[in-house]
Design a protein around this ligand. Structure first.
Ligand SMILES: [Zn+2]
Length: 102
């Protein structure tokens, strides 16, 4: 017999990552912009907060999103050079790839 199988002893050792599932995450992300603008009803707001509390990815995302929104408001007409844009895109893609791997 050559079937080697590792069976976890006792309880599960699964990390607590994204228990809510991807679909839930997407739904949350769709509401984030309204959340940032304080346009959400209190009930949904609380729901979002609860998800964010247990989901590092979304928490990080909303932090950077909020930062971006603030920047945009303070500078209505950002003038980016072509190389700036390329750099930004690279940075964003790198970060996205990094988050996916988690
Ligand atoms: Zn999430």
């Amino acid at each position: 017999m050559s079937t080697k199988r590792r069976t976890p002893r006792g309880g599960k050792t699964v990390r607590r990552v994204h228990q809510a599932g991807r679909g839930r995450c997407l739904a949350i992300l769709r509401q984030l912009s309204a959340y940032i603008d304080d346009e959400l009803p209190a009930t949904i707001c609380g729901e979002l907060r609860r998800h964010l509390g247990g989901c590092p990815n979304c928490e990080e995302f909303i932090a950077s999103l909020r930062h971006t929104v603030t920047l945009c408001r303070h500078r209505p007409t950002p003038s980016l050079s072509a190389s700036d844009r390329a750099d930004l895109r690279q940075a964003i893609l790198r970060r996205a790839a990094h988050q996916k791997g988690r």
